[in-house]
Design a protein around this ligand. Structure first.
Ligand code: GSH
Length: 206
């Protein structure tokens, strides 16, 4: 069985948990308290030199980090990874956008405000305004697509949607009100209605 090393509040980890649930794949969840540095211990660094969750360990011991790479692997053989080469490239386009424009702003603001549990430093307070601006710009990009389309790529849900759902659906915890993004709000409901959907704080059933 697959093993996922993860931290429940993590949106990056949730991408993998949601994909596994949507595909009804059983797995073992190993929770690490990243706030206490558990992902930086030598035993874990041997599995992921980058010291971060999520990390997927295959039955044969091979380990894969980076949430979007994990999504790629888990989606093979399903409609979540489209068939045509151009559609695959479009999925990659959104995954790179997620990692460069979306996650560093929206996830970081949420982490500082709602997850870490310590006050913001003076520098973080200054940077937060910039994260809010850039985060709203990223949401604006998504809205431009989702105002007229049900899904980010093609006619069905792909890992582009799963990757961007993870931190968009909890963006409010980072201070991002989503009222101004009706296309995004409809898309969030569409994803939450997928058969097999699980919430970010749900552990897999044994
Ligand atoms: N680009 C990576 C980011 C992974 C990441 O930032 N993980 C955070 C939690 S969301 C983490 O493990 N932080 C603990 C640490 O850096 O020690 C991905 O998409 O998986």
């Amino acid at each position: 069985v697959l093993t996922l090393y993860d931290y429940l509040p993590s949106g990056n980890g949730y991408k993998a948990r949601l994909m596994l649930a949507l595909r009804a794949r059983p797995y073992r969840l190993v929770e690490l308290d990243i706030l206490r540095g558990e992902s930086r211990k030598p035993s874990f660094l041997a599995k992921n030199p980058n010291g971060r969750i999520p990390l997927l360990e295959l039955e044969d011991g091979r380990c894969l980090s980076e949430s979007d790479a994990i999504l790629f692997l888990l989606a093979q053989g399903s409609p979540y990874w489209p068939e045509s080469l151009f559609a695959q490239a479009e999925v990659l386009q959104w995954l790179f956008f997620e990692q460069y424009n979306h996650e560093p702003n929206i996830a970081t603001a949420r982490y500082w405000i709602a997850i870490r549990g310590t006050p913001l430093s003076a520098l973080e307070t200054e940077l937060l305004a910039q994260k809010q601006r850039n985060g709203h710009a990223a949401l604006g990009v998504m809205e431009r697509r989702l105002a007229t389309h049900d899904w980010l790529v093609g006619e069905g849900c792909s890992i582009a949607d799963i990757a961007l759902y993870a931190y968009t659906h909890v963006a409010g915890e980072g201070g991002f009100a989503l009222d101004a993004y009706p296309g995004i709000l409809r898309w969030l409901q569409r994803i939450a209605a997928l058969p097999g959907y699980v919430a970010i704080d749900e552990r897999p059933r044994d």
